[in-house]
Each structure stands twice: as structure tokens, then as C-alpha cells.
Design a protein around this ligand. Sequence first.
Ligand SMILES: Cc1ncc(COP(=O)(O)O)c(C=O)c1O
Length: 492
Amino acid sequence: MLVSYPDDAAFGDLTSLARIIEALDQFNEFVGSDPAGRRSLEWREKLRVSMPDQGEGLESVLKELCETVIPNGLRNGHPGFSGWVTTSPTTSGTAATLASTVAGSQRFWVQAFNLLEEVSLDWLKRLLGFPSTWQGTYCTGGSSANLIALGAARQWAVEQQGVDPAMTGMPDGMKWRIYASSEVHHVVNRAAAVLGIGRRSVVPIPVNSRRELDLGALESRLRADREEGWLPMSLVATAGTVNTGAIDPIRGMLDLAKEFGTWLHVDGAYGMFGVLDSRVAELYDGVAEADSVALDPHKWLAAPVGNGVAMVRDRALLGRAFTLEPASYLEGSADSAEQHIVQSPFDDFGVPYHDFNLDQSAPSRGVQVWAILKEIGRKGMIERVVRHNSFARRLEEVVRDSPQLEVLSPAVLSICCFRFIVDGQDDESLNSLNRRIASALRAEGTYVPSTTMLEGRFAIRPCYINPRARLDDVEGLASRVIEIGNNLLASN
Ligand SMILES: Cc1ncc(COP(=O)(O)O)c(C=O)c1O
């Protein structure tokens, strides 16, 4: 019999979620004259109210969620949305999240969700070709995955100097550097800041014409820095840069890491799943020999946002870097595991993920990856990646075929950057024109890419990871850019 107090929250009333699911289904149809774009902002006033003194009850919450919150949520799962590296989750991941929210509200202890953390990490290793001995750990996303991996790199590098940084902090008198291409995602610089290395200690190595790290430049810089007494903490290769999807020369960086006695970390937050496309798989050569990899199921796998993974070759080292340390309120509170008898779920914490990352309490995220891979399988994921990479290639073709469009970065993975061009106009005018085109696209909402700057040129930058995107959305984007561009020219 459930207890409920009149002034407290309702339990045991999950059937009322049927209304929420109906509202979400409606939301996911993305109907309306402006599917992803400009809408009335009245909802902001409705929601920006002071906290009630007297609770309004569950019914009021559900009503407001269905009528005001959900309809005014974020439409980044719209088929025409191709901005940044984000999308909204598919149904299996959503179902898994709901299940774990209610029935797996911590990732530890002897329970199904804890086991699925381990099972799904094993599936990811198998899918991506990583050694089965690597220690994976779920975290909130690419930012924390890179931070955790570089935390392990710091532990390793400083231990080589005879100091345990997790115990005693960073030693005085040593100068550290991290080396990454100038295209590295800024979460790496922030990780360096948090780890006490400093943003400025991340050395931006120039890139070649394909926007991959220039190996020669890296080698010269490593040599010069060594002469000046700088210690290399890690090389960071990006497997799929956020700007253009470029993949750094991982094998060459691995060789340099070995030569200079340093760690190789691969940031595959966006592009790691790209290894599943045989047309580009060889660009990933060496990843399985790296020391750590960051990847984001909440990007290409379309898991609910809040799902990143750090994989580290050396499990014990990762543990030394992130251990909570033995605590009587943890270890001492669940001791049956020592006798290999588990009579209660609370007798054992299972894999101690709290010793491998930043959180003690954390949601079960493995169940999301398990659910998605169980639904679509390895083949489904391969098909998705190949389809999206083909979208970017198709877009590149369409752009090359049009005298009014110009490719700014060819497709490697699922990004192709381009712009609208006009004979005789310089970069400055084209930048301003393309900025207006991007703004018009966002306002219309049918095709919503994001943008970036490439060598001073403003680029329209679609990135296809959205499982709902269709070829029509790809070709439609190119046509609409031309139409908007011509309209803007005509109205000037
Ligand atoms: C290459 C790369 N690294 C790191 C990140 C950061 O990941 P998150 O947004 O999950 O923190 C991104 C995000 O787009 C990325 O593309």
C-alpha cells in the first residue's frame, strides 16, 4: 500500500504520463507553419512566475507541461535541422530514460541498470573496435568525457615524474603542454584549465588544407618545446572536428606520442562512430592503440542528451585519477560481495563507476545505449552513419553543380560547409549576405543548419546526425539557400 501525504508529491500515478506522451508525440510531428523557427514568445511570460506558496498539485503541472512547456521546447529533432552536432532522441532511448528515471535512479548496486552500464560499454568497444580491456565510463557528454580522459593523461604524465597529482597536486617547477590542432573543440582547452594546466598550455598546431593537424608542424613544435624544458602531457587527435569533420592523422600522432613518451587522446565526441563507414574507416587507423578516447552517444547515436563516454586504456590509472577513495559510508556499508553472496541489491555497488569519473550519484546512461543498439543493431548504426556521410557527399555534389554556390569544406564525414556566391563580390560582402541567408533560414525553420567561419569566410554548415533527416532535406537546403540569396539580391 503506497503512503501519500496530502501536502507532498504524488507517487504511483504514472498512468497520467499518457497525456505527456501524447503531447510529445504531437510535438515530434513538428507540424505548423513554422516547424522549427520563429514563434510567439508569449510562453515566456506564462512561465516566468514566482514560486507558489500553496502547491498547485500534479494535475496543474501536467496541464502546463502539455500546453505550454512541450509545445515551446527545442525542435532540434526536426528533419530539416542540421545545426551544430545535436539532435533529439529516438524512441528506444527515450523509453530507456523513462525506465531508468523511475526504476534505475542510480547507476550502482546490483540491479539491471547497473549491469547494462557494463554491457553497453562492452557493446560500444566491440562496435568501434576498441580493446575489450579498456575501462569505459559514462558521463554527461563530450565536455566531461574529454575532461576525464585528460585527467587520466595528467595522472599518467605526472606519475612518470614520480608524483601522484591526484594525491598531492601538481608539482612545482614543471612546465606542461598539451598539443592539439588549431581546430580542436574548446572543451579541450577548458579541460586543461580545470586540470590546472591552463588554457594557454594547449598548443594550437596548424592544420593542412584538409584541416587536419600538420604532423610536421607538431613534430617541430614538440622538439623545440623539449629543448626549452616543456613536458608533453598529451597529444590530442580529433576524429571528426566540429567545424568540418576533419580527422587528424591518428597513426602519425601515435608514433609521435611514442617517440616523445607522451599520451595520445582522441576526441571522437562527434566523429568516432564515423569509423563504421568503410569509405573513411582507414582514417581512424591507430585509434585502438590510443591511451584514451572521448565519444558521445548523444550525438550520432541519438541518445538523449547527457550521454558521453570516456574510454581509457589503463583501468587502474583511471581509478587513481578519479577514485573517491575508500569511504566507510560506501565500502563499509555493503560487504556481502566479499563473500560473493548478494542477497539484497544493496549488498554490492557493482562496477565502481564512481571511482572512474566525476560523479558519485549519477543516472543510468548505459541503458540508453543498450536500448538503441538493441533496436537497430550494429548494421542499423552502420547504415545511419553511411547514410549521413552520403548526405554530406550529395550536398557537396549539388553545391559543386551550382554556379551560385561554393564548397568551403568538402565532405569527409557528415558535414559539408558551403556558401552562396555572387560574381565580383568580395569575402566581406559575401559574409554579410550569407549571414542574412542563415538568419532567414532559421526564421523560416524548414532547413536549419548552423554556421562557422573558415579562413575568414562565413560558411553555412549542415552536420547530418539527425536520424529523421531525409535526402530531400539535404537537396532542399541547397535550393533554399539559392532562392533566399537571389531574393536578397533582388531586394537590395
Ligand atoms: C569534436 C567535439 N568535441 C567535443 C564536443 C563537446 O561535446 P558536448 O557538447 O557533448 O559537451 C563536441 C560537440 O560538438 C565536438 O564536436
